[in-house]
Design a protein. Structure first.
Length: 269
């Protein structure tokens, strides 16, 4: 494994990757468009200014580093130019994508919806999907198609409390940020170049289930009205990911959403 990791786009997920990566890499660098403003939690000598839209910052990224790409890989032209200029031949590249890459039927005939694995069609009309696929096919990127990320400071219970979501039959797929952080590093070490992996806890829930739990457990009701006239959502299969984790003698720490929410809500609930 390479001795240096550069995290491109250091936001919420990167805050949890950084301490773990320090145990695996000699040097870990974090990038931001405004590093001094947004990376106060990172030592100054490990902050890097990088902006895909500013070509003058591209030379800050060393081609002999492993890369964890955490922001949408778009627009395609800039993604291509940056990757070609960098080379990306000997280093490992993991790109965080989204399960929104998969097409979702506007009118579902089956309910619950069928399981979606990595062989399902993706929507190449989406700009970020074009970038992810180009990196995967042309530079051997390992693409992680990530479900909804939650964790400390980002809880589905808060989304319900604020009325951002309400009860519905729509399925939602989630992954705890601490699990995602471990998965990112495992993908850098064990993920196959040019492959895509679905990242979720493997247990889709409907918003009706989650809202009912919030009401029963913490007395929290959504301000959003109940709406059953919505798309069915997806049920994301994570078997391919679990096999990679198992090969490294690892497993998800938060496979059960309810237990994870108990830990997140209890301190302030």
């Amino acid at each position: 494994m390479c001795q240096r990791l550069i995290i491109l786009g250091s936001g919420y997920t990167a805050r949890f990757v950084l301490p773990l990566a320090g145990h695996r890499y000699v040097r870990v660098l974090a990038t931001s468009r405004e590093p001094d403003k947004h990376l106060s939690n990172v030592a100054p000598d490990r902050r890097v200014r990088f902006d895909l839209h500013d070509r003058t910052t591209w030379n800050q990224i060393s081609p002999d580093s492993d890369l964890l790409w955490c922001f949408p890989a778009e627009p395609l032209e800039l993604v291509q130019d940056f990757a070609k200029g960098l080379g990306l031949r000997s280093s490992r590249l993991v790109v965080l994508g989204s399960t929104s890459a998969y097409d979702m039927p506007t009118q579902a005939t089956d309910y619950p919806p069928p399981w979606t694995d990595e062989t399902a069609p993706i929507n190449l009309s989406k700009s970020r999907v074009q970038g992810e696929e180009w990196l995967r096919k042309n530079h051997g990127a390992t693409v992680l198609r990530v479900a909804g990320i939650y964790g400390p400071g980002r809880s589905p219970i808060d989304w319900i409390r604020k009325g951002r979501v309400g009860p519905s039959r729509k399925y939602v797929n989630l992954i705890h940020v601490e699990d995602l952080s471990t998965i990112c590093l495992t993908a850098l070490e064990r993920g196959l170049p040019g492959e895509a992996y679905n990242v979720s806890d493997g247990t889709p829930r409907t918003w009706t289930e989650i809202c009912r739990r919030a009401q029963d457990r913490w007395g929290i009701q959504s301000a959003a009205r109940s709406d059953e006239d919505v798309p069915t959502g997806k049920r994301i299969a994570n078997g391919k990911l679990l096999a990679v984790l198992q090969s490294g003698q690892q497993q998800l720490r938060y496979p059960d959403l309810w237990s994870a929410l108990d830990q997140l809500v209890a301190p302030t609930g």
